[in-house]
Design a protein around this ligand. Structure first.
Ligand SMILES: NC(=O)c1ccc[n+]([C@@H]2O[C@H](COP(=O)([O-])OP(=O)(O)OC[C@H]3O[C@@H](n4cnc5c(N)ncnc54)[C@H](OP(=O)(O)O)[C@@H]3O)[C@@H](O)[C@H]2O)c1
Length: 252
């Protein structure tokens, strides 16, 4: 299951210009590497707040700190210099850090941690959309995708827990839906979706991998290849929804 078959991105134009936000993360880096290796991709703007970008002639490194809107605007300004974009993927996110930890009970709910989760998982991607959606070409298929998570689905929530992560991803899903509706009027060929990558072996999931069934912990390279194939298969009629790595829609 971890063998990423790379098929060409047929539904996009022949010279794809892409931007990955969060290119330093496990999945963001794999997306950047996958795109840079493709002959149909002209360039990849790799945006990260820290760390180097993958070394490749097609990759240009820019700095984005999601809590600093000016850095998002500046990266978008740089992206616009050479023309329109075809593909923008927001691969940032937080499940735990020094200030945030997945909550098992409401007793440990913390305003600061909730605020921080919403800041990174929902508000940051919304501000990326604000500055990057105007850069998408209008007369061809283009895509804006943000990595969300199945646990952000309200319908799918049977287990409880993880309040801040679930709620901030649910907010992200609602933002994507709302962006898609507005975008369809301006750019009817654009696909605007949330993506669930499956459980992927990255720093974000590392402390929570023990219960993952055999064969269900994906490599970042596999997840990146799957997500790009899913985006290739989607059309404007799919905009505003959440899709899993296997192409299946997840109800909000
Ligand atoms: N891994 C999984 O199993 C899984 C499952 C479902 C959904 N997802 C989603 O997939 C996405 C990518 O996750 P991952 O597994 O690749 O995690 P990761 O390796 O921890 O990467 C997270 C990325 O987000 C960036 N980031 C965090 N806060 C930021 C900020 N304030 N400004 C700019 N960048 C910031 C990190 O930058 P730094 O490198 O500078 O820290 C890093 O590039 C997330 O949205 C996650 O919720 C992952």
């Amino acid at each position: 299951v971890n063998d990423p078959a790379i098929t060409s991105l047929r539904s996009f134009g022949p010279l794809i210009r892409a931007a990955i936000i969060g290119a330093s993360g496990g999945i963001g880096r794999a997306l950047t590497e996958n795109l840079a290796a493709r002959s149909e991709v002209e360039c990849v703007l790799a945006c990260a707040r820290s760390g180097p970008a993958p070394e490749h002639a097609k990759v240009l490194r820019e700095t984005i700190e999601l809590e600093d809107e000016a850095s998002i605007a500046e990266a978008a300004r740089v992206a616009a210099v050479d023309g329109k974009l075809d593909l923008v993927i927001v691969a940032t996110g937080v499940l735990y850090d020094r200030e945030v930890a997945p909550e098992k009970t409401w007793r440990v709910l913390d305003g600061g941690a909730l605020t921080r989760s919403f800041q990174i998982n929902a508000i940051g991607p919304a501000l990326v959309a604000k500055h990057f959606l105007p850069l998408l070409g209008r007369n061809r298929k283009t895509a804006f995708a943000a990595l969300s998570a199945r646990v952000g689905s309200i319908t799918d929530n049977q287990l409880g827990g993880w309040y801040a992560y679930r709620a901030s991803k649910a907010a992200l899903n609602q933002l994507i839906r709302t962006l898609a509706i507005e975008l369809a009027r301006r750019n009817p060929k654009t696909v605007c979706v949330g993506l669930h990558p499956g459980t992927v072996d990255t720093a974000l999931s590392a402390p929570f991998q023990s219960g993952v069934p055999e064969g269900k912990l994906f490599t970042p390279a596999f997840a990146a290849a799957r997500l790009l194939t899913v985006l290739d298969d989607l059309g404007p009629q799919d905009s505003g929804k959440l899709f899993a790595w296997n192409g299946k829609a997840i109800p909000f």
